[in-house]
Design a protein around this ligand. Structure first.
Ligand code: GTP
Ligand code: MG
Length: 579
């Protein structure tokens, strides 16, 4: 069979298929190519069958509930006003708007304090209702918008570190459950805000120490807190601002806008706009006038059943967990920001910076591999990170990745302004044993190799021989790797093997494990303790450093020389180990 976009890797004797991340390939041609030529079977290709879609039931409201985990640190380090900083609240509202502008299928968002609840329309088919994809795209965009918008709201205070957001998916079966969910969240907002207002008033006005304020509020109910505020701090809670008492409701509304047509006439067009209100979600009028529901609903006070509507997935113990993130629409993003073709080292370094931050934050990630706009993070099979809850894991990783990406943008792209907030999706895939895990990593590295060889050849033809893109596509159509190598060598005196390893192999990161008693200097980019690791007890205490390189992970040698990365298989005989 003629090798079309496929390329032979003689040393591993496989025929592998790229994920068609072709940087030089036109999107339409990519589609035609994939349709005309059936996928080749490869030795590594089978690992794709471990991936699950996570499709959510139809005709349910989908609520993506996000939680800003380092809220306290952000308030403390940036010395924000307590109990609520209006600029911070406005920043959150602006970030929510960025997300809603991008995801037109989000019809409502309710946020307060450190949480944001995005509601997708009941019948959305976006990403064919794949839960993890919806969750991670929204979560990463919220994170990158937060960093992007920070300077607009805090002109004199630089953001010291990016946000850490995790998330959950709630699947609500009818209109009443949506109303109950939102009303319940607003109740939580009310109680938290009343508590915080009283707590901080005692500290600021009564000059109490934090532990004294906690003691004063122990067991206090709503009436008692109101009384403390009134009598000790001379404050009437009812007179506090609605934005803090009620939280912020962002609604998508259809409006008619006048637009000028090309022939100069004015016509009315339907457009959606986002309105922000600080209103009562308890009342009927909200659900009949501001956000009309199809079914009739009523005020209720029992919300316990809602906790069963969260889509919680506990990942099988003792299996490797791989989180793969991938840039959303990076074909367009790279064009808009003038990425160098076929590879832009600034983009690779930015991705690597984000990956190092993820590895530092989550010590149970023992290995990562990145290429193009994707990164795979391998979480140790015995890790109990985030209680092995899939949605918590993917959202935490993707939010940090996106936040660091935007945070460091100007350091790498210097004079290229970031034009809009990037988003990433993430999925978690389980691999039952070391050989499957290695095949997964080999699959991604083979993909990098195949794409890079194609793209190097394509862009060399276009940039160095005045060949049109269409002509270059035609020339490369159906070629084998040896043909591409010979085009490069014979026409351009370019040996493919001389290309930078970072482009040919992608980037590999792993922890160097050292005996605490025998700590030696390592080729490490960071040097931090394993603090915060949530691994099950393992033999011995270990410290870790992260090594970054462009190793060949398809070959056995890499793993043979570093046996600690995958480690020994343990038998699960003690019940406690699985709890
Ligand atoms: P989705 O992931 O489905 O949202 O689409 P996507 O547009 O992100 O495409 P995909 O993930 O399949 O491929 C990544 C794309 O990012 C490539 O096709 C390139 O267009 C672009 N890209 C990534 N790295 C570079 C780079 O270093 N230089 C240039 N010029 N483009 C890059
Ligand atoms: Mg992508």
């Amino acid at each position: 069979m003629r090798d079309f976009l496929f390329f032979q890797l003689p040393m591993i004797q496989i025929l592998s298929r790229p994920l068609l991340k072709g940087r030089g390939i036109f999107p339409l041609l990519r589609k035609i190519h994939t349709n005309l030529f059936p996928m080749a079977q490869s030795k590594f290709e089978y690992v794709k069958s471990f991936e699950e879609e996570g499709q959510l039931d139809p005709r349910h409201w989908i609520v993506i509930a996000l939680n800003l985990k380092n809220y306290e640190d952000i308030y403390q380090v940036h010395k924000l006003e307590r109990p609520n900083d209006l600029n911070f609240t406005r920043l959150i509202e602006a970030s929510v708007e960025v997300v809603m502008q991008d995801f037109k299928e989000i019809v409502l968002c309710y946020n307060f304090f450190r949480e944001f609840n995005f509601v997708f329309s009941k019948n959305t088919t976006l990403y064919k209702r794949r839960g993890p994809k919806l969750l991670t795209n929204v979560c990463s965009l919220m994170s990158s918008a937060f960093v992007y918008k920070w300077p607009h709201y805090f002109k004199t205070t630089d953001l010291s570190f990016p946000p850490l957001i995790d998330g959950a998916i709630h699947l609500l079966p009818d209109d009443q459950s949506l109303r109950d969910y939102m009303t319940n969240r607003q109740n939580v907002c009310h109680h938290q805000n009343l508590y915080n207002t009283t707590f901080w008033s005692l500290i600021v006005k009564e000059k109490l120490l934090p532990e004294e304020a906690i003691e004063a509020l122990k067991g206090a109910n709503e009436a008692a807190m109101n009384e403390i505020l009134f009598s000790r701090c001379n404050m009437n809670y009812n007179k506090e601002q609605n934005v803090f008492k009620k939280g912020s409701v962002a609604l998508r509304k259809k409006v008619q806008k006048a637009v000028t047509t090309p022939n100069g006439s004015i016509s009315q067009r339907n457009q959606s706009t986002i309105l922000v209100r600080h209103t009562d979600l308890m009342k009927d009028c909200f659900w009949s006038e501001m956000f009309e529901l199809e079914q009739t609903t009523e005020v209720r006070c029992k919300y316990n059943y809602l906790k069963h509507l969260e889509k919680k997935e506990h990942l099988l113990p003792h299996t490797w967990m791989v989180v793969r993130i991938d840039g959303k629409g990076f074909h367009k993003f790279s064009e808009k920001h003038d990425f160098k073709k076929p590879n832009d080292i600034r983009s690779i370094e930015l991705m690597n910076k984000a990956a190092v931050s993820v590895m530092k934050e989550f010590p149970d990630i023992i290995f990562s591999y990145g290429q193009s706009d994707e990164y795979s993070f391998v979480i140790h099979r015995y890790s109990m990170m985030c209680g092995r809850q899939g949605n918590k894991i993917i959202s935490s990783i993707v939010s940090l990745f996106a936040g660091v990406y935007v945070y460091n943008w100007s350091r790498l792209f210097e004079d290229v302004a970031l034009q809009y907030c990037p988003a990433f999706d993430a999925r978690v895939v389980l691999y039952p044993n070391n050989s499957c895990l290695r095949d997964y990593l080999s699959w991604r590295q083979a993909d990098c190799h195949i794409n890079n060889m194609y793209n190097t050849c394509f862009w060399t033809l276009v940039q160095r021989s005045q060949c049109s893109r269409k002509k270059a596509e035609e020339m490369l159509c159906g070629t084998f790797s040896k043909d591409k190598r010979s085009i490069l060598l014979n026409r351009f005196q370019q040996n493919y093997d001389d290309e930078d390893r970072v482009f040919r192999k992608g980037t590999v990161m792993f922890r160097e494990f050292v005996d605490e008693t025998n700590r030696v200097g390592l080729c490490a980019s960071t040097d931090e303790q394993c603090e915060g690791s949530q691994m099950e007890e393992g033999p011995g205490v270990r410290c870790s450093s992260i090594t970054v390189g462009h190793f060949d992970v398809i070959r056995d040698e890499f793993w043979r020389e570093r046996p600690w990365i995958l480690g020994e298989e343990r038998s699960a005989t003690i019940k406690d180990e699985l709890d």
